[in-house]
Design a protein around this ligand. Sequence first.
Ligand code: AHR
Length: 503
Amino acid sequence: MISAHLTIDPHFTIGPINRRLFGSFVEHLGRCVYDGIYEPGHESADEEGFRTDVIDLVRELGVSTIRYPGGNFVSGYRWEDGVGPRESRPRRLDLAWHSTETNEIGLDEFTRWLTKVDSELMYAVNLGTRGILEALDVLEYANLRSGTQWSDGRVANGHPEPHGIRMWCLGNEMDGPWQLGHSTAEEYGQLAAKTARAMRQIDPDLELVVCGSSSAQMPTFGDWERVVLSHTYDDVDYISCHAYYEPLGDDYGSFLASGVNMDRFIDAVVATADHVKAVRRSEKTIDISFDEWNVWYQSRFNEVDKITHPTHWPVAPRLLEDSYSVLDAVVFGSLLISLIRHADRVTAASLAQLVNVIAPIMTEPGGPAWRQTTFYPFSLTSRLARGVALELKLDSPTYPTELYGDVPIVDAVATRDEEGGATTVFIVNRSLAEEVSLEIDVLSLGQIASATAQTLSDDDIHAANTLEDPERVAPRVNSSARIGEGVITVTLPPVSWTVLTFD
Ligand code: AHR
């Protein structure tokens, strides 16, 4: 068995954990909205057509903020198609996903649904095929009480109270050649700055997110952030990061080390934002909104799912419906560790996505809803990561990877809830074959009264929850956790994610 050692000292804090770190993302894509959150004919549907079994699971997941309505979808979207009487809403081609959009659900319905799941809306405007005026119109519709064409329109549509949206994304992935209206960093930076300044004339306190790169692998990565921020620095609050991970062939060693890549990505974007800050002699600091992250088997999508005949673009087709294994959930848990480790600069994040589309929650039309393996690291981290993130001293043996060099076998982060007194450690064992005996030095935390551990692992790392077997995988109590003199020990199975809480 491998040994690793961890020291926790509550004095070494990284920063407060913003609840917005546990956000998610609902795009008009595949069956995320239609046949996902909304299925009027379903036996669990409420009077507004929303599936209450899905609402219950979203609440259990513990999602703080939800980004909407896209994604790539937003770059062809006309927001006003989705408000007003349903019978007069147009059907449109969705060029991003080669589907037909019925517009049955739009801004007003989605805000209704958000009150049921107790989440905040983060709204993306279309800066791909539209511009400043349409961004101002939707802001006026959503946030102005009344007395103008758009705000009175919202009242007439049955929503007397403004939606009060605080966070706004200025477009989506504008660096990507696949994006409708794809631009250079110069073009996008100028448009984003003008849009931000115009929106702030209506409300100077909005929180605005400018698009960073669609991934750290983009050829323009780094330069994109520098140029875009040099135009927008004074007018925005966040720059976005997006990252998706999948194994290349059977290189599970590198896949398990995806968190290392996420750490480096965040550090590079922070360095670039701070470079622009220095050049501008600015007092202001730009934070990161990591508003798309997940495991996504994109190679499968490219081969199997792309619909190519424009005459038959379907409504809500099955797209991007990845089934997640134990291996995927362990990588997913390590991505959450990376986000928390950067809590001082990553102050918002959105798991992409929420239902059916690369999602922790799956549904069957007319059938059940169930939790994927990735549901558990998210729900437990969202529930237990409270207070401040702590800097740890971690001594772990390493293993060689194809993509990232030598990587620690164990990765971990801790959080401490000063009000409740609980300390929680989130840990992954990346070894494919070996158990790890982890010793945690907790001397500086004082007397430990109790310690409980839960672990997600399985003899079959490819085990998954499916329609036929929805409860195949779930975290189990890890009974190896022991309290000693100033130490806690726990055994971590190979390819596992563990959460350990002590008071
Ligand atoms: O989440 C799926 C897609 O991934 C989003 O629409 C897009 O922004 C990203 O490329």
